[in-house]
Design a protein around this ligand. Structure first.
Ligand code: M6R
Length: 610
């Protein structure tokens, strides 16, 4: 949600900024802009819509310099127009901002009284004026002006600011919105996320809430909330910049679907020990005895991560016999949850920056719970604020529709189930071995699912004009039906609803007729026979059935229009393997329709506002 890139150094930065913004496209945006302090003075280029529009505008009248900033904006205050696009200028101050300044109208009124005029409808332009105004009030330099202005601002922000009268520095600030600093050779970077500048540096400094920083070509000073200069640890990031490229795939989403077997291997590596039937989660850094004695586990998450949490409930209750609640983070925050010091709260988030998930986790901690994060982004806010992190090793996920992040989250909750089961002695080493053997077989099973796409292309041909899809699942694959429906609506814009198969007759059955494709996730497991009966009910209403079944199954295919087979894997890992089928189904339908698969309309990759 919004992306920032800032540069100060020895090179012309036009290309650096545009490439950086390109790498942040996955975050979602609807306008973009860059500002560069050139030898002839400040030049700004902004455009509505996609980055190609900005590139066209910039290349029509190119400019360059070695101090600049760029921004992709996802509209909150004011529509996605050129005038509202960042960067914004006020006097000598130019800035780009992510987040929301909650008291902006009060500040705007005050600044208007002081003679300030506003061109846009944004809260960001108010911030630019507020900072510039500080020079009139006696600020000594840009850092001082920014710090004084921050003292007046309420809300969340990641800011990169430059002073047209000081070509040698950028000032950065962060509060509840992500911002990383990159250290290069004779150059410094600021960005909303690591991939933006990964081709230039691997050394990153992660700011904490309340921090400000002064970046120069050859130095980087960080200050805490109170204005004291502090050391923030620098981290070397190993991510391969190439893994953030499409590598010949038509879309990032397709590439990320194909990457899943390898990313699952990465996520299990060093943790799963099949021989001992156990999982090593030493890195989580929460006292093992405490964890084993926890009385309740509460998952908080949003969107796809919420469905991973739902799978977690099925697996953990079955294996570790601990009560598990699953909450949408946005609901948890306002429902007076019963949490105490014997509760383990597990926040699941790919980005580690989702505002609702972060707030839910904080709330649980306030009530005395221990918080664990299942997270993909190292040093993200959720990862840093939790008591322990189980990192998924999905690598950078660029497609807005989550795929490999989801299945690696499933790998993480599966490991957590076995880990808790062994510590709580609800399973022995033999059972642990069986479950972990199943887990170890997942990458191979996924590879098999990825070989032939003809079936999905055929479905796309046949069903892409449908107005609505119903996805059904039961037991451990019920969340996969929900995820399948979400994937389809996100990228193809076809309405889709996910339902528990057994609930269908309590309402959605009224929707079924010969126009309605019904996708049934029905591998062989303890509820298979029940699902079969549910599908008979669909058939009796002339519904068109697309079933996802265990290879060799003969019953479900008899009553299905189209059959997608998945390898015969244990129930414990069926959600992971079946996920590939619903992802490919959504992908091929969207591709057939020609939608913007990687950046679907209205969506942001990282939802950092409530
Ligand atoms: O980064 P997070 O996992 O916290 O994000 C949560 C949701 O915003 C995310 O899963 C969203 O639903 C995706 N677009 C799903 O494809």
């Amino acid at each position: 949600m919004c992306g920032i890139v800032g540069y100060i150094g020895h090179q012309d930065c036009g290309e650096i900024l545009l490439n950086g913004l390109r790498r942040l496209e996955y975050r979602g945006y609807d306008s973009a802009g860059i500002a560069i302090n050139t030898p002839e003075g400040l030049r700004v280029s902004r455009a509505e819509g996609k980055l190609t529009n900005l590139e066209r505008a910039y290349l029509a009248e190119p400019f360059n310099g070695s101090q600049g900033l760029g921004h992709t904006r996802w509209a909150t205050h004011g529509g996605p127009t050129e005038i509202n696009a960042h960067p914004h200028q006020a006097g000598r101050v130019v800035l780009a901002h992510n987040g929301i300044i909650e008291n902006y109208s009060e500040l705007k009124e005050e600044l208007a009284k002081a003679g300030r005029e506003f061109l846009s409808a944004t809260d960001t332009e108010v911030a630019a004026h507020l900072i510039d105004h500080q020079f009139e009030l006696g600020a000594t330099d840009l850092h001082d002006a920014v710090r004084r202005a921050l003292g007046r601002m309420e809300g969340s922000y990641a800011l990169v600011v430059m002073d047209t009268q000081d070509p040698d520095c950028l000032v950065v600030a962060r509060f509840a919105s992500p911002m990383v600093l990159g250290k290069g050779q004779g150059e410094s970077f600021a960005a909303s996320d690591v991939p933006a500048v990964l081709e230039h540096t691997r050394e990153f400094v992660f700011l904490e809430d309340g921090d400000t920083a002064v970046l120069r070509a050859d130095s980087m000073q960080v200050f805490d909330d109170a204005g004291n200069e502090v050391e923030r640890t620098s981290r070397h990031i190993n991510w391969d910049p190439i893994s953030a490229e499409k590598q010949g795939y038509k879309h990032f989403m397709l590439k990320e679907i194909f990457e899943q077997p390898a990313r699952i291997v990465d996520t299990l590596r060093g943790r799963v020990n099949v021989e001992s039937g156990d999982v090593d989660l030493a890195e989580v850094d929460i006292d093992a005895e405490w964890l084993a004695g926890a009385r309740k586990l509460v998952f908080v998450a949003c969107g796809t991560s919420y469905y991973a949490a739902m799978v977690g409930k099925y697996l953990i209750e079955r294996v570790a016999k601990i009560p598990v609640e699953v909450d949408l983070a946005s609901e948890f925050r306002y429902r007076y949850p019963v949490i105490d010091e014997h509760t383990l709260c597990v926040a699941i988030s790919q980005s580690g920056e989702t505002a609702d998930t972060l707030a839910a986790m904080r709330l649980a901690r306030e009530h005395g719970a221990k918080a664990m994060a299942i997270c993909n982004v190292i040093e993200s806010t959720i990862a840093r604020e939790s008591d322990g992190v189980l990192y998924t090793h999905a690598g950078p996920e660029i497609g807005v529709a989550s795929t490999k992040a989801f299945t690696t989250q499933l790998a993480a909750v599966s490991m957590l189930a076995v880990w808790l089961g062994r510590r709580r002695e609800t399973i022995d080493a033999d059972t642990g071995r069986v479950l972990l053997e199943e887990l170890r077989g997942v990458p191979t099973a996924m590879e098999e699912m990825l070989v032939d796409h003809a079936i999905y292309e055929g479905i796309a041909h046949q069903f892409a004009n449908a107005h609505s899809f119903l996805f059904l699942g039961r037991g451990v694959v019920y969340p996969i039906a929900l995820e399948g429906a979400l994937k389809l609506k996100e990228i193809s814009y076809i309405h889709a609803e996910g339902y528990a198969s057994g609930e269908m007759k309590h309402g959605p059955i009224a929707l079924i007729d010969e126009e309605m494709p019904v996708v049934v996730v029905a591998p062989k497991n303890i509820v298979y026979e029940k699902t079969l009966s549910n599908v008979q009910e669909v058939l009796a209403r002339d519904g068109r059935v697309i079933s996802i079944v265990t290879e060799g199954d003969t019953h479900m295919p008899e009553i299905s229009d189209v059959v997608i087979e998945m390898p015969d894997v244990g129930e414990f890992v069926q959600p992971m393997v079946a996920s590939v089928a619903v992802q490919l189904l959504a992908y091929h339908i969207a591709d057939f329709k020609g939608t913007d698969v990687d950046q679907p309309r209205n969506l942001a990759k990282s939802v950092t506002v409530e």
